[in-house]
Ligand binder design. Structure first.
Ligand SMILES: NC(=O)c1ccc[n+]([C@@H]2O[C@H](COP(=O)([O-])OP(=O)(O)OC[C@H]3O[C@@H](n4cnc5c(N)ncnc54)[C@H](OP(=O)(O)O)[C@@H]3O)[C@@H](O)[C@H]2O)c1
Length: 299
């Protein structure tokens, strides 16, 4: 089986590239420089040339706040890019796994969100991702839309890396405690993608929209506390951590107060259980600090 991966240089893409795959499962990674997903010709050429058995779209405009002032680019990548990939997949008869986000929800629900709950994004990022989902659904029945959340990894930009950087500074950390979500290791998402690809190859896949995210639910403040618990001994310091309200930390984009994802559907369809984000956290922090120590040693 040949997997063609758009967005291979992102957090999830880089974990997927190093994830264990079954024998005979080949992966063709495409970074933005080789295929801009907003470019119809580039997308069609990549799929036409590689003739994959499955396409994975991990490419996205993910800067949630910046999207508010760069809406055109966010829509070009997250909506038009997803549409172009789905169109090329339809023409070539290739199934697609499209990544999406918990930010399609507005956070008004008290319980974890299910796949068929009403979507109502609060910002440009969520709206453009939701429109990308809709384009995929409209064009290509053979799709898996995988919504995930609060992704962390040793790669790219994420909350975990921000907390580690702030922890080295002098100031106390002030972190929002009234937004609840599902931190998720990118490595666990990569493993889930391999399992779904395998199910598709073996003709036992269920098409549709699924949630996959870590457990248990946490606030950004709780997540930061867990990061500091693990990192402080290696950093040799532990800054003060204050819980603040969303209203104390205004951002360009509004975020849902609750975006916990119910992951029961994917457990039933693909036998994928929710990863414990705490377990993934120690390994990820260890890798980040090891890399930094190595780079420092070289410098
Ligand atoms: N990060 C999260 O917390 C989170 C939460 C929920 C859902 N998701 C979803 O999960 C998926 C993967 O996210 P991630 O965290 O891996 O994101 P990421 O680290 O920001 O990676 C996104 C990748 O997309 C690439 N890209 C951007 N514009 C592109 C374009 N026009 N054409 C081709 N590639 C382009 C970027 O290229 P460069 O490397 O050149 O910038 C980057 O490598 C996305 O669908 C995202 O919406 C992420």
């Amino acid at each position: 089986m040949k997997l063609l991966v758009f967005g291979a240089n992102g957090q999830i893409g880089r974990e997927l590239c190093r994830a264990a795959r079954p024998p005979g499962c080949d992966l063709v990674p495409l970074a933005r420089a080789r295929a801009d997903i907003g470019d119809a010709l580039a997308v069609a050429a990549a799929i036409g040339t590689e003739r994959p058995d499955l396409v994975l779209n991990l490419a996205a405009y993910t800067a949630v706040d910046r999207a508010e002032s760069e809406a055109e680019e966010a829509w070009r990548v997250n909506c038009e890019g997803a549409r172009l990939i789905a169109l090329a997949c339809r023409r070539s008869g290739t199934p697609l796994i499209q990544l999406s986000t918990d930010y399609v929800f507005d956070g008004e629900k008290r319980e974890p969100y299910r796949e068929d709950d009403r979507v109502h994004p609060l910002g440009v990022y969520g709206a453009s991702k939701e429109a990308g989902e809709a384009a995929v659904r409209a064009l290509l029945p053979e799709h898996v839309i995988l919504r995930t959340a609060w992704v962390f990894s040793p790669f790219g930009a994420n909350f975990l890396k921000t907390v580690l950087r702030l922890a080295r500074g002098e100031k106390p950390l002030r972190i929002v405690a009234d937004q609840i979500g599902s931190p998720t290791p990118a490595a666990a998402i990569a493993a889930a993608l391999v399992a779904i690809a395998r199910a598709i190859a073996e003709d036992r896949a269920e098409w549709g929209t699924f949630h996959f995210a870590g457990m248990p639910p946490a606030s950004w403040h709780g997540f930061a506390e867990a990061i500091l618990d693990i990192a402080a001994p290696r950093l040799g310091r532990r800054p003060l951590l204050a819980a603040i309200a969303t209203s104390d930390y205004p951002t360009p984009a509004r975020r849902p107060a609750n975006s916990v994802l119910d992951c029961g559907k994917i457990a039933a369809a693909f036998a994928l259980s929710q990863p414990s984000w705490r377990e993934g956290l120690a390994a990820t922090i260890g890798e980040i600090l090891d890399r930094e120590a190595e780079a420092g040693g070289r410098g």
